[in-house]
Design a protein around this ligand. Structure first.
Ligand SMILES: [Zn+2]
Length: 445
């Protein structure tokens, strides 16, 4: 036993020595570092040891013998984060294996596009928690997955299956949810869903507060779906930590903006979901852009350009969202003006290209490209309560990084110019992802 222990110590010592000599160290040299805080540093060095950033900046020293990526002429940003998705595959009647394949392909479209973390804000629990387990064990190549699984709402409210009415009787529903180990709990609070739907029920304020307190007592953060200012204020004062959407039903009042200038409640932008209906109706040619061609199956792009485009031309909801998206955009711009840490990127969609559309819409609102990178990195990590581990390129953070071929603070479209994706200290082999770009033969190029 003692000998075994000595041997173990010897092996550990050898491993430590290898670390010290740079064996497990990855260095990115001579890069323009856009660290997620709003800072940019020229000629920077970033040192990654194992899955952690050890040092970053102009002063950082690369240990001898480390593996090195030359960042000359390139731009390094934190791995991007989509703080509101619903991963495809979880719904419908397809066999489990097909659902999982669809889910994994969607996950790989994120990582291909430089998105290294996603938060699933509502899905079939077994589906998303199953994929989360596979991501965490390394069984699948995927961005980091945080998930709520099922959501909480009033009976006949905006979400489920945890539909709470009686207290404390229905607390068992929350215990059922907690047993699935949600990273955050999502509450749906709305009297319309999100628009032209008939009225639905929402949680009374005192019950909302009791629910939030209960999750907090278990250490679980609350993200809440609200779409109007009244519900947002009620949710914030009931203790909600993050808003899953902007105020979309009207321009924000000055009082609301002043309240947010004090409270800085993270607000996920989700402009893409509303805008996407009319985009598919009016401009389906966007699906021919490289990022969509690379990651969407050809048959799906064809269906969206024809059948779905025709359907959305007739959809009143698409027309309504076309009117309201600029209102939501302006609301995001106004929040960002009173607190640079408030707006967080999220799409309410299920693909890597959607996050890039979100960044375009944020810039379209008048927010600078430089701020938009912060919104997609640091602020999204903050919205998820993960800022201690993720969201910026600073010593001690997990090593999720994206090397870009062009400067995203000059033009947000440059965030699509992905050179290298690093997740958890590992370089992702983008050529091995299960995506159309990697299935094309040369003759089809
Ligand atoms: Zn959603």
């Amino acid at each position: 036993m003692k000998r075994l222990f000595t041997l173990a110590l010897f092996v550990l010592g050898a491993v430590a020595l290898t670390f010290a000599q740079g064996g497990n160290v990855l260095v990115i040299r001579n890069v323009t570092l856009i660290d997620g805080t709003g800072r940019a540093v020229a000629n920077a060095t970033v040192v990654i040891e194992g899955n952690t950033i050890k040092d970053a900046g102009a002063h950082a020293q690369a240990p001898a013998g480390a593996r090195t990526i030359d960042g000359t002429g390139k731009f390094l940003i934190p791995g991007m984060i989509d703080a509101h998705i619903h991963l495809r595959g979880g719904r419908g009647q397809a066999p489990a294996a097909d659902q999982e394949r669809d889910g994994v392909r969607a996950l790989q479209s994120y990582i291909y596009a430089g998105v290294t973390t996603v938060f699933d804000a509502g899905n079939r629990s077994e589906f998303i928690m199953g994929l989360r387990a596979k991501e965490r064990s390394g069984a699948i190549v995927s961005p980091r997955i945080f998930a709520t699984g099922g959501t909480v709402a009033s009976p006949n409210g905006h979400g489920g299956p945890y539909n709470v009415e009686a207290w404390p009787g229905d607390r068992r529903l929350l215990d059922e949810h907690l047993a699935t180990k949600p990273d955050l709990a999502k509450i749906g609070q709305d009297e319309h869903g999100w628009g032209t739907r008939p009225q639905i029920r929402q949680l009374p304020e005192d019950l909302l507060e009791k629910i939030i307190r209960y999750y907090h007592s278990k250490g679980v953060r609350i993200i809440i779906h609200v779409s109007n200012e009244h519900n947002a204020i009620e949710a914030i004062y009931a203790g909600a930590d993050t808003l899953a959407h902007p105020i979309i039903q009207a321009p924000m009042s000055e009082e609301y903006v002043r309240m947010m200038s004090v409270k800085h409640v993270p607000t996920v932008s989700t402009l893409t979901i509303g805008e996407n209906y009319s985009r598919v109706a009016d401009h389906p040619e966007f699906l021919d852009q490289p990022l969509y061609r690379d990651t969407f199956e050809a048959a799906e792009r064809q269906m969206l350009k024809t059948e779905e485009s025709a359907k959305q031309k007739e959809n009143r909801w698409a027309a309504w969202m076309k009117v309201m998206t600029p209102v939501a955009q302006d609301n995001m711009k106004r929040l960002n003006a009173v607190g640079k840490d408030i707006v967080a990127a999220g799409t309410d969609q299920s693909s890597g290209p959607a996050l890039h559309r979100e960044l375009e819409l944020l810039v379209g609102s008048g927010i600078s490209a430089a701020d938009t990178i912060v919104i997609a990195t640091r602020n999204a990590a903050r919205a998820l309560g993960k800022l201690d581990e993720l969201g910026t390129i600073e010593a001690g953070k997990l090593a999720d990084l994206v090397l870009l071929k062009a400067d995203p603070t000059k033009d947000i479209n440059n965030a699509k110019q992905v050179d290298t994706v690093i997740k958890n200290g590992q370089v992702i082999d983008r050529a091995k992802l299960d995506l159309p770009v990697n299935r094309r033969t040369n003759s089809q190029e």
